[in-house]
Design a protein around this ligand. Structure first.
Ligand code: UTP
Length: 302
């Protein structure tokens, strides 16, 4: 089968949401620019794409567009200053990412939903399969999550969604799938064929405990499906509803990926990710661990 299936070369990063859960920090800046330790969320997502072999990046921007564009652009002034001060390591860190990617931007003028944001990338993506990454879902894994999804895509040649088991009482925050396991690479508990999808169901209506996480491999016919999709939950054009449309014409698969996912678009999730990522850093981990040990955790709130 491999060989006939078109290669995924592009990744779309929707970054035009309002980020209301993180106000006021996100009033003038997209939440995708919030830093985990010292790198903005979107950079973690872009590095995941690069490590999965994808270098063509499309970013869908809304407010705070300039912060994202400047971040991935060359900063002559800053580079000159770092060079003249002999800070070669910092200079390399600043340069590395803009050297590695080819990035294009498209604007979503109004936050009309994730499906609408993806649709804005139609002309830049064209008739090719592509990845979509919601960079407020930060995934720490041995093999990059996108790479894991690509392996399934390269076998089936259809859309593949990242899935995670979620406790019932939290399921209403997610898109949820009804799905049947399929045998893949000798395993029968990681890859699923999706029967139905529903956006943010009530716990009693959820078809399973398998939630969709912000990583997708999509075929270009998803654009036509989204064009045929009207506003759904919250008056927004939902990607989940678009995929439901697509299901009429072709199969969609899901992968229970290996790794830990942090919801960094949520305050508590963001704090957890910050602690975990800081503890893992060679330059900070030891001191930070020592500091955490000294924190009086049973102190009553002020
Ligand atoms: P979220 O569901 O997290 O919504 O979007 P949000 O508006 O960004 O944040 P909250 O819930 O108000 O705090 C998931 C992803 O889809 C993008 C967001 O930027 C985020 O990456 N998105 C969402 C858009 O690009 N446009 C939209 O209209 C909606």
């Amino acid at each position: 089968m491999v060989g006939m299936i078109p290669t995924v070369r592009k990744a779309v990063f929707p970054a035009a949401g309002l980020g209301t859960r993180f106000l006021p920090a996100t009033k003038a800046m997209p939440k995708e620019m919030l830093p985990l330790v010292d790198k903005p969320l979107i950079q973690y997502g872009i590095e995941e794409a690069i490590h999965s072999g994808i270098h063509n990046i499309v970013i869908v921007t809304g407010r705070g567009k300039t912060a994202i564009e400047d971040h991935f652009d060359v900063s002559f002034e800053l580079e000159h200053l770092l060079e003249s001060r002999g800070k070669s390591q910092t200079l390399q860190a600043v340069r590395e990412i803009s050297d590695m990617i080819d990035v294009a931007y498209v604007r979503q003028k109004e936050a009309l939903g994730l499906g609408h944001a993806i649709l804005r990338a139609k002309d830049l993506v064209g008739h090719e399969p592509f990845a979509a990454v919601l960079s407020d879902d930060v995934i720490d894994s041995r093999v990059p999550c996108l790479r894991q999804l690509l392996d399934v895509y390269e076998y089936f040649g259809c859309c593949v969604l990242a899935l995670m088991e979620v406790p019932r009482d939290q399921i209403s925050a997610y898109g949820v799938v009804a799905a049947d396991p399929v045998v893949h690479n000798g395993a029968s508990d990681t890859v699923f064929r999706i029967r139905d999808l529903v956006e943010k169901p009530r716990p009693e209506d959820a078809p399973s405990n398998l939630a969709i996480i912000g990583r997708y491999i999509l075929t270009s016919d998803v654009f036509e499906a989204l064009e045929a999709t009207g506003p759904g939950r919250g008056g927004e054009i939902q990607l989940t509803d678009g995929l439901r449309h697509l299901l009429h014409t072709r199969p969609i698969f899901g992968l229970k990926f290996e790794g830990t996912r942090f919801d960094a678009g949520d305050k508590l999730g963001f704090l957890k990710a910050t602690v975990e990522f800081a503890l893992r850093r060679d330059d900070l981990g030891e001191d930070f661990r020592e500091y955490l040990r000294s924190v009086q955790l049973d102190r009553s709130p002020v």
